[in-house]
Design a protein around this ligand. Sequence first.
Ligand code: HEC
Length: 291
Amino acid sequence: MKMFRKLSLTTMTALALSAGAVHAAGAEAEITNYDFPFEGPFGSFDTNQLQRGLKVYTQICSACHGMEYVAFRTLSDEHGPALPEDQMRAYAENFEIFDPALDDGLGDYRPATPADHYPESSLANAPDLSLMAKSRAGFHGPYGTGISQFINGMGGAEYIASLMTGYHEEPECALEMDVPMDGYYNVAFANGGFPDECKDEHGHYTVPGSWISMAPPLYGDDIDFDDGTEATLEQSAKDVAAFLMWTAEPKMMARKQAGLTGVVFLSLLAALLYLTNKKLWAPHKKRVEDE
Ligand code: HEC
């Protein structure tokens, strides 16, 4: 046992060291731990926030990004944006879907119906956003530096919101370059281009983030929210991130509830087993005490 502990400690140290080394050589992302109403065991999606996020996606992001795994009818889901049926139907009709059966098999565009999915991305290098909130992690861990996944979860929504608010002026080191970097400097984006001018003599990155090819999509005051919420940059960023969390995991509420039911059920079972065990052993225990 002792041996095992020693071994695992050594392995852990080695892992920690190598992780540290990898970290130092790559870009580091600055992620803000924004609060979302769906966090925690009792959290749930906020319908108003999802409707605001839907509006941000529709008016801004959908110009480039598709959501081909999301069907329009789900916008009426009770735990989703909960659009009334007629509104959802009218909303779908704003999108054009290519239907290969139309025009005698030549195919043609028609307005979308509730059964259709959103179109795919219209800009080739803009990734589909349906599952984005689950395919990116804002937090790393479990015991890494900064905010750990162990306590805060994956942080997909935090990542998207931080990406929206992460556009900064280019750092000083990049201004000295003869040929400017392609793209836009973003402190939350770790996978983009990074100039040698911003690395030190050991190859360590001296500034967070990297250069992304998406121009800043949000500036603040881009949207008129129907519920009167002020559309600051941070508000719109959080709302679209919450909406994309819902598209990526529409059944989150059901999953949480199943989890809670499981905990309650197992607690009851444990209590019953404890009592049964006590009762079964009681006569034997008594005999020992009598002796
Ligand atoms: C003008 C086109 C355009 C618009 C509008 C746009 N994007 Fe993008 N987006 C891109 C492109 C291109 C990329 C790929 C960037 C790269 O990999 O360098 C991208 C990448 C992303 C990524 C993935 C980043 C990663 O980690 O790989 C997310 C998330 C994203 N966009 C969210 C949004 C949201 C949310 C909106 C609306 C508020 C939006 N985008 C609006 C073009 C756009």
